[in-house]
Write a protein that binds this ligand. Structure first.
Ligand code: PAF
Length: 280
């Protein structure tokens, strides 16, 4: 496994390797969710590349950039064990050199939910992913459904800008009690960890109401809010969104034949948890 720090060397290596090339972009602190992407990418491609870069531009000024978990040595060991060929680990000045001033601004797909709660977040995500795609020119790139709106933003950018990668979405990996795996789960206190599966329970309650025939978004949302409201440690519910799963457009009623995403974001202590389920 080759560990590469510069954009120029990564681009040169990616031009030479056997194709297809699969890319797994990450911010490190790898867990089994990330490893499921790596394993799929390994199975699908002749060359497997991953990136580890805690991207400063997708964090707001009061967010957790400084304390975001970092475990480079362990991450590299995990990637090597999974048969990764190339790992791109650029320092921040490599990605954002002095004077960097060009951004990808996603449109309506990035407006609601995470985009509304975290202004500028998707601009940072889209810009860094566009750079990673440009440097590595992947045939396939792998992302987790856990960040459902992120996947929609990246798919739209990939299509609109003809970046030419196949964007592969992998299912959310969960703890046995339903909590979606996330690097940020490491911040939860034992009591918060016990309360955290309420988010998935709330999504399942909403899904259940929908499966029983309810199509009114307000009533589906209420089923989720009822569960979240019972968990006293959950401080604020940022949103329970009922959106078109491709466009992220909010829906008043869920239409037959179109996939629907129910997404939620809550504050649990100092941790913001997000999760979603896709119906239909
Ligand atoms: O999902 C993540 O880890 C990040 O948002 C990504 C896609 C690697 C961009 O920094």
């Amino acid at each position: 496994m080759k560990v590469v720090e510069t954009c120029a060397e990564m681009a040169a290596l990616c031009r030479e390797v056997d194709r297809p090339l699969g890319l797994v972009p990450t911010m490190g602190a790898l867990h089994d969710g990330h490893l499921s992407l790596v394993q799929q990418a390994r199975a699908d491609n002749s060359t497997l590349a991953a990136s580890i870069f805690v991207n400063p531009t997708q964090f707001g000024p009061h967010e957790d950039f400084a304390r975001y978990p970092r475990s480079l040595e362990r991450d590299l060991e995990s990637l090597e064990a999974e048969g990764t060929d190339l790992v791109f680990v650029p320092p921040p000045h490599e990605v954002y050199p002095e004077g960097f001033d060009t951004w990808i601004e996603p449109g309506a797909v990035a407006e609601g939910m995470e985009g509304a709660a975290r202004p500028g977040h998707f601009r940072g995500v889209a810009t860094v992913v566009a750079k990673l795609f440009t440097i590595t020119r992947p045939d396939r790139a792998y992302f987790g459904q856990k960040d459902g709106q992120q996947v929609a933003v990246i798919r739209k950018m990939n299509e609109d800008l003809n970046l030419g990668a196949e964007v592969v979405t992998m299912p959310t990996i969960r703890e046995p009690d339903g909590l979606a795996l996330s690097s940020r789960n490491a911040y939860l206190s034992p009591e918060e960890r016990e309360a955290a599966p309420a988010v998935y329970r709330a999504l399942c309650a909403a899904e259940d109401v929908w499966r029983r025939g309810e199509r009114d978004a307000g009533r589906i949302q209420r089923a989720a809010h009822n569960i979240l409201g019972r968990e006293t440690l959950i401080g604020a519910v940022d949103y329970v969104g009922i959106v078109d799963a491709d466009t992220m457009r909010p829906l008043a009623t869920t239409h037959e034949g179109r996939p629907v995403m129910i997404a939620a974001a809550v504050q649990l202590g100092t941790v913001r948890l997000i999760d979603n389920v896709v119906l239909g």
